[in-house]
Design a protein around this ligand. Structure first.
Ligand code: EPU
Length: 418
């Protein structure tokens, strides 16, 4: 298993580039199931999760090829309408094939994902929405079976904004008969990116980015050609790295307005963040100040940035409170961060962080994707050496994170653990 060894204390300076978004690429790949022909997706990050979804599409009969950051997918010959447990278990986003399969073929069989490290993460909203569109849903032997003739447009009111739930319903509704209105829809930039992609297929989607999305179903779609939006979580992770260790760290190719909530917080902490189009320059906070933060659906503070921000607040002057409202178990990084000297007490959905002068390097273990990023960031400023184990989590969602950080001065080495 690969691990990272980080020698802390090196300042970060120079230019670093943001890749395409993992969480936008995954629904984009699922959208290829909607019609025959060859789709072209560019700026696709080379990540384990992307490979998993391509593997799933292939297991259904699709073909794909990759050249540099572009992927071509042809789902013309898809005939196995099933997402097996072993794939869904490793990547919950596999559930995104459910909507397009039912819409195009009238049936699908997808494993129930089960819980995961960060929480229970049910898919009841996906299923309720598809039922509203006329699919008959049954649960059997751990699988969701969905069947229908042609889906029919309907009003769907989500109990909470759900990102992949909104995406699944958008994908399904494109080919439904009549109009679908999704209320209390998620507003994340990945939703808007999916709507842009669907428009190139001839779908009629209005309102993406707001809490009400209207989809007028069409009879037929054509293959898409689309460039994936910048990964706002990778961008945000670099922002926090800059706020911790930046000496003029320049982040390129991100979309700064997708991280307004984080940028505001970093400025409150004392970092200097200068925006200039898609170029952002960050100088570290020399005396980081404690702040409070509450995670919320977009445009609120992202749950996917909470762990990374904690690494910075661990060395702030004073006491910070981080309130996690999206997932019930997203403080898995705390025990590991505490082993590096952070003083954090978790009580339910709140983490009380008492800033300390210094973190000290040791061996820590990653438990999920964003927790891993938190530990890498902590390693950048810790005294001595930090070894982050089980970084396969990191490889699921960050494209060459250590190489990018090394190119701006971080001292990191990847090695295979005995
Ligand atoms: N929820 C339900 N029922 C549902 C769907 C969601 O109760 O049917 C709940 C969830 O349990 C959670 C809340 O609603 O409490 C929001 O979950 P959401 O459905 O929005 O999460 P998701 O779509 O499964 C995506 C990202 C996550 C990100 C969350 C929140 C993808 C592939 N994943 O997950 O990304 O944390 O939205 O923004 O887009 C990551 O990249 O590390 C990651 C976990």
């Amino acid at each position: 298993m690969d691990a990272l060894r980080i020698r802390g204390g090196a300042p970060l300076s120079g230019n670093i580039k943001v890749s395409g978004s993992k969480n936008a690429a995954l629904p984009a790949l699922a959208a290829s199931l909607l019609c025959e022909g060859t789709h072209e997706l560019s700026r696709v990050p080379d990540l384990a999760d992307v490979k998993t979804l391509l593997g799933l599409l292939q297991s259904m009969g699709a073909t794909s090829s990759r050249e540099k950051d572009s992927v071509r997918i042809d789902a013309t010959k898809v005939d196995k309408l099933e997402a097996p447990y072993d794939l869904v278990r490793t990547m919950r986003a596999s559930i995104l094939v459910l909507g397009p399969l039912v819409a195009r073929f009238g049936r699908a069989k997808v494993s129930l994902p089960g819980g995961c490290a960060i929480g229970a993460r049910p898919i009841d909203q996906h299923l309720k929405g598809l039922e509203r569109l006329g699919a008959r849903i049954t649960l059997e032997h751990g699988y969701v079976l969905a069947e229908c003739g042609r889906l029919r447009g309907a009003e769907v009111l989500f109990d909470m904004p759900t990102v992949t739930g909104t995406e699944n319903l958008m994908l399904a509704a494109t080919l439904a008969e009549g109009t679908t209105v999704l209320r209390n829809a998620a507003r994340e930039p990945e939703i808007t990116d999916l709507a842009d992609l669907l428009a190139t297929m001839g779908a009629r989607v209005e309102g993406a980015g707001s809490d009400t999305i209207t989809i007028h179903g069409v009879n037929k779609l054509k293959p898409y050609k689309h460039r994936v939006v910048a990964d706002r979580i990778e961008y945000g992770t670099f922002l926090v790295a800059g706020a911790m260790a930046g000496e003029r760290l320049v982040i390129e190719d991100g979309v700064p307005e997708h991280q307004t909530a984080l940028t505001d917080k970093l400025r409150d902490i004392g970092a200097r963040v200068e925006l200039d189009g898609t170029r952002v320059t960050v100088h570290r906070a020399t005396k980081p100040k404690a702040i409070d933060v509450v995670t919320a659906p977009y445009p609120g503070f992202p749950t996917d940035m909470q762990a990374q921000l904690m690494a910075l607040l661990a060395v702030a002057d004073g006491a910070s409170v981080i309130t996690e409202t999206i997932f019930e178990n997203r403080f898995m990084h705390v025990p590991e961060l505490s082993r590096m000297g952070a003083q954090v007490r978790v009580d339910g959905g709140k983490a009380f962080v008492q800033g300390t002068a210094k973190l000290s390097g040791t061996t820590v273990m990653a438990t999920d994707l964003r927790a891993s990023a938190c530990l890498v960031l902590a390693g950048l400023i810790a005294s001595g050496e930090t070894t982050v184990r089980r970084i396969y989590h990191l490889d699921r969602g960050y494209e060459q994170l250590e190489r990018k950080l090394m190119s701006v001065g971080a001292r990191i080495e990847r090695f295979v653990e005995a």
